[in-house]
Design a protein around this ligand. Structure first.
Ligand SMILES: *[C@@H]1O[C@H](CO)[C@@H](O)[C@H](O)[C@H]1NC(C)=O
Ligand SMILES: *[C@@H]1O[C@H](CO)[C@@H](O)[C@H](O)[C@H]1NC(C)=O
Ligand SMILES: *[C@@H]1O[C@H](CO)[C@@H](O)[C@H](O)[C@H]1NC(C)=O
Ligand SMILES: *[C@@H]1O[C@H](CO)[C@@H](O)[C@H](O)[C@H]1NC(C)=O
Length: 955
């Protein structure tokens, strides 16, 4: 019963943390409006903080939404013009959601930062808005496989950064726009490498102005349109072309004589047009792999010499092209040759394939020619079809005189040294023999360079490439399977793809949109033989199932246990949190989604007490952090202490973090855990370590910090880290640390007293900027306690303010005292207490103010003593002594400390405002330098772990 109540509170606590919104409110409003018109949005799209709550498919940079990727989730609805409110959006990928219909709003043109607009395989219709031409940053424009109508907007010619233009498989009409001095056109796209316009209804001639030698085009795909007129000779100027598909149009006239100037072309498709004149001379196009010029109206011609000179040829398809004469035996010895299809010609004489034909040769289809003899050798396995030739006319019973059944031995990924599992219901056995729900779809290659689909090696290389791209993007993919390669009705190679989840039976939405995006935005580059591709994914319907077996459900069970354990601490926090809720609700009333809020039952006005702002801290799930640390692997462990361990993690977006994981079931430090979340989440200063998030899930307590590269100041002072700190760097570090503490005292609201300033709690980033860390012992100063807080004494021996120790009254001046000790540490490299002597006593007993450097040379860190300037050392010592005055009221404030350090820096010749830029000479020992900051016990300096307060003897 009691644990039940606590469970509710705990859940509410987590819920409420997420209400403290980080997201820019315009972005939230725009996203909310989009969401309201969509069905099947991810279930975690609740609340008013897409960035802070990490809505599935949404990526933010700071508080701005920069990316929406929602592929293959059966998203249904329209794209409203609210999209124009997302002014920082860079990526919009809604691919493979057939239910996304309606037109593309003109307002898309206001999303000026957009660099990827990817709407592959949706149901969009209506014209492409000309406003798209104002998206100056656009690099990928993929509108293929929709129902767009109207013509290609000439304004697309203004997209000078465009790299990828895919408008294929729509219902586009009209001509291909080119510039004419007053309006723009596609000839201006000098950085675009891909024109994919196939499978539309484009008409008119291919404008000669379209091509010029400045273009960088590699893929020119105009197939399956209604283009007329002749192929312009200007195409010969685009020497970068690698794939040319002009097939299935109504092109007429001769192929320009300079066509064989396009020596980089590998795939040439001119089939199914009305081309006339002599057969194009392809001599010299030595990279040609795939040639199809079938079904044109070329003049009758003898077998051209290039038939046997194109050394890269895999596939020669020339049906119905009035070719006559007998085939040279040398054609079949081209090393790569796989397929020869020369149906419906006038090829005569004897078919002689020779003894050293290509070992890849698979099929020779010479139906309906004039062949009257065939010299066949023993053990010959190539499939030859001579139906309709004189040789078969007298009822020939030879196998080459029958049309073969389509072969069934097509490729399918085999199991990887395991027995396929017998899977139930809709699960499928993966190549690794695990039952799971795969994400499926069709990979379509528009111009592969090969035609032998029985050769498994090439598909294995495709699978390997797919796996490596998924791995490199940290997508949770166990294995992939491709199967059923075939030439589809559009004369593309299509392949079924199944992608299997790793670790569990299902993918989550983030994974699906990540996999979808990898395939929709061309991050995945198939092996070169496959050429340009697109992917059409199917909706992934298994999230629902996924929820049942997933951590979120289990975590509620664990939650009961936590609930019981956390008890009073949670209750206390709830009071605070309820207050936060009250304020956030009031200020965001216009936008916050109150309707389904379980928290609406609380009366916030009754609890509007002291209100910490829980800003920006993300609630991570246990699974997320588990994944980011590779299941908390040893190799990611970078430190340990009484409280638990610290791991290095890489978040899905690539951000490096340090994850502090409390020992499971540990009762110690729970309150400190919450203190740290509260404090760190609203503390933002360049000299203070920032909290990325936390995890309060699965009975775990974890804090996720930014990763600070260079470890603790103590490690550098002691020489342990291998980083050499000269005097200038020490002054800079003192300055940075002082500013961090000053921020906590003067700018944080309410002010924060750190209570545990020491060299182990100052971290150094890659530029050796000091960052104050570890808030486990920190105290918030509330207005009522403006001058001091009475508390149980906590801190670290040697740094502890004696006044605080004796009176138990904590003030900001206690941090000033500890900072003074830290300054002595910087001067001497000694610990505060060594050989039972306190550093302040040591200094006092050696000091003689009448002598140079106050006679302290013997105490100074020998590593730097010789290069310290006298005056700056004296000023530094004066300030440190001021900080450790016995009475707090006699000590300076942190802002005075900062000012004094700045004066000292100027005396030493350092500009306090300049960024520190350590050179590589910073490191005396590169190996030692890799020693990690979080390995220090001090990060676990929670109450009791350092000292027993009854035995503290500060001076
Ligand atoms: C073909 O390219 C060569 C340079 O490699 C050039 O001199 C020639 O003019 C081109 N031919 C045509 C017809 O464009
Ligand atoms: C084909 O082109 C090559 C090289 O450009 C040339 O040497 C050859 O004479 C041409 N053949 C015909 C039939 O025009
Ligand atoms: C094959 O056809 C060519 C041209 O049509 C002709 O010159 C030749 O004599 C024919 N050869 C045979 C063996 O019929
Ligand atoms: C997609 O969503 C619609 C409406 O929500 C639903 O009727 C349909 O079954 C879903 N399709 C799939 C494949 O999940």
């Amino acid at each position: 019963m009691i644990s039940g109540i606590h469970l509710t509170m705990l859940l509410a606590f987590i819920q409420v943390l997420s209400i403290a919104a980080l997201t820019n409110s315009n972005d939230y409003v725009a996203l909310k409006a989009l969401k309201d018109t969509w069905i099947n949005v991810p279930p975690n799209w609740v609340g008013s903080d897409p960035c802070g709550d990490v809505w599935d498919g949404i990526t933010c940079k700071n508080d701005r939404v920069v990316s929406i990727t929602l592929a293959s989730i059966n998203l249904t609805g329209q794209l409203s013009s609210d999209i124009s409110g997302l002014t920082e959006l860079q990526t919009l990928d809604l691919s493979y959601n057939k239910g996304m219909t309606g037109s593309l709003p003109s307002g898309i043109g206001n999303v000026k930062k957009l660099s990827s607009l990817i709407l592959v395989g949706c149901g969009f219709s209506g014209p492409i808005p000309p406003s798209i031409g104002s998206l100056q940053q656009l690099r990928y424009l993929s509108l293929n496989s929709n129902n767009f109508i109207g013509s290609i907007p000439p304004s697309i010619g203004n997209l000078l950064n465009l790299y990828w233009l895919d408008l294929a498989d729509n219902k586009l009409t009209g001509t291909i726009p080119v510039s004419d001095g007053t309006s723009p056109g596609l000839d201006m796209l000098v950085n675009t490498k891909h024109f994919h316009f196939g499978k539309n209804q484009l008409s008119g001639v291919i404008p000669p102005q379209l091509f010029n030698s400045n273009l960088a085009l590699i893929h020119l795909l105009f197939e399956n349109n209604q283009l007329t007129g002749s192929i312009p000779s200007t195409m010969g100027l685009v020497r970068t072309l690698e794939v040319v598909r002009l097939d299935r149009n109504s092109l007429s006239g001769p192929v320009p004589s300079n066509f064989n100037n396009l020596t980089s072309v590998q795939e040439l498709f001119l089939a199914n047009n009305k081309l006339t004149g002599s057969l194009p001379n392809l001599t010299g196009m030595n990279l040609l792999h795939y040639v199809d010029m079938s079904n044109n109206s070329f003049d009758a011609t003898d077998i051209p010499p290039w038939f046997s000179s194109l050394q890269s040829l895999t596939t020669l398809i020339m049906e119905n092209t009035k070719i006559q004469g007998s085939l040279p035996v040398s054609l079949f010895s081209l090393l790569q040759l796989q397929t020869v299809t020369l149906k419906n010609n006038q090829i005569n004489g004897t078919l002689n394939i020779g003894s050293n034909h290509s070992n890849q040769l698979q099929i020779i289809d010479l139906q309906n020619n004039l062949i009257d003899a065939f010299t066949q050798r023993a053990g010959f396995t190539v499939q030859v079809i001579l139906v309709g030739n004189p040789i078969c006319n007298e009822g020939g019973q030879e196998s080459y005189c029958t049309i073969p059944q389509p072969s069934n031995n097509s490729y399918s990924t085999p199991p990887q040294n395991c027995m396929p599992s017998n899977c139930s219901s809709e699960t499928v056995s993966s190549p690794t023999c695990k039952c799971a729900y795969p994400y499926t779809g069709t990979l379509i290659f528009r111009a592969p360079s090969f035609s032998n689909y029985r050769n498994g090696t090439i598909f294995v290389s495709l699978e390997n490439k797919l796996m490596s791209v998924f791995k490199s993007r940290s997508l949770p993919v166990d294995s992939v399977s491709v199967s059923n390669p075939n030439r589809n009705i559009d004369n593309y190679l299509s392949l079924d793809l199944q992608v299997f989840p790793s670790g569990q039976e299902f993918f989550n939405r983030t994974a699906i949109s990540g996999i979808g995006f990898t395939l929709s935005n061309q991050t995945f580059k198939p092996p070169p033989e496959f050429g340009p591709f697109f992917f059409i994914g199917r909706s992934y319907p298994y999230f629902q199932v996924s929820v049942e077996g997933s951590p979120s459900k289990k975590s509620s069970n664990t939650g009961v246990i936590i609930g019981a354990a956390v008890g009073g601490a949670v209750l206390l926090l709830l009071l605070i949190v309820a207050g936060v809720y009250a304020i956030r609700q009031r200020t965001r009333a216009e936008t916050a989604d109150r309707m389904n809020d379980p928290f609406a039952l609380w009366d916030p006005s009754k609890n509007s007490g002291a209100v910490p702002q829980l800003k920006g801290a993300k609630a991570f799930t246990f699974e997320e952090l588990k994944e980011s640390t590779n299941n908390f692997s040893e190799s990611n462990a970078i430190g340990s202490g009484g409280y638990g361990r610290v791991y290095r993690g890489t978040l899905a977006k690539g951000q490096l973090v340090a994850i502090k994981r409390a020992v499971q079931g540990s009762m110690q430090g729970r309150l400190e855990f919450k203190t740290e979340i509260e404090l760190l989440s609203r503390v933002h200063h360049k000299n203070v370590v920032s909290l990325v998030g936390f995890c309060f899930d699965h009975g775990e307590q974890m804090l996720v910090y930014e990763f600070i590269a260079n470890g603790t100041l103590r490690d550098s002072i002691s020489g342990k880290s291998g980083i050499r700190l000269d005097w200038m760097r020490r002054l800079r570090i003192a300055h940075g640390a002082a500013k961090g503490i000053q921020y906590l005292h003067d700018e944080a609201n309410p002010p924060i007293i750190h209570r545990d300033i020491k060299s182990n709690n100052i971290l150094l980033d890659e530029r050796l900027n000091a960052k104050v860390a570890d808030f486990g012992l920190s105290k918030i100063m509330h207005d009522s306690e403006r001058n001091h807080v009475t508390t149980q004494v906590k801190g670290t021996m040697g740094y502890l303010d004696p006044e605080y120790y004796m009176t138990q009254q904590l003030t900001e001046k206690s941090d000033v005292y500890s900072f003074g000790i830290l300054m002595f540490e910087l001067l001497t490299a000694r610990l505060p207490i060594e050989k039972n002597k306190h550093i302040v006593r040591q200094v006092m007993s050696s000091m003689d103010k009448s002598k140079s450097m106050y006679n302290l040379q013997g105490l100074l860190d020998p590593a730097v003593a010789s290069r310290m300037s006298t005056k700056s050392v004296e000023m530094f010592v004066d300030l440190a002594l001021w900080c450790v005055k016995e009475l707090g009221s006699n000590r300076p404030s942190m802002s005075e400390v900062v000012k004094e350090i700045e004066n000292t820096m100027e005396i030493a010749g350092i500009n306090p405002n300049a960024e520190s830029t350590p050179s590589s000479s910073t490191y005396v020992d590169a190996n030692k330098a890799s020693k990690h900051p979080y390995s220090d016990e001090s990060l676990f300096a929670y109450s009791g772990s350092y000292l027993d307060s009854s035995s503290v003897q500060p001076m």
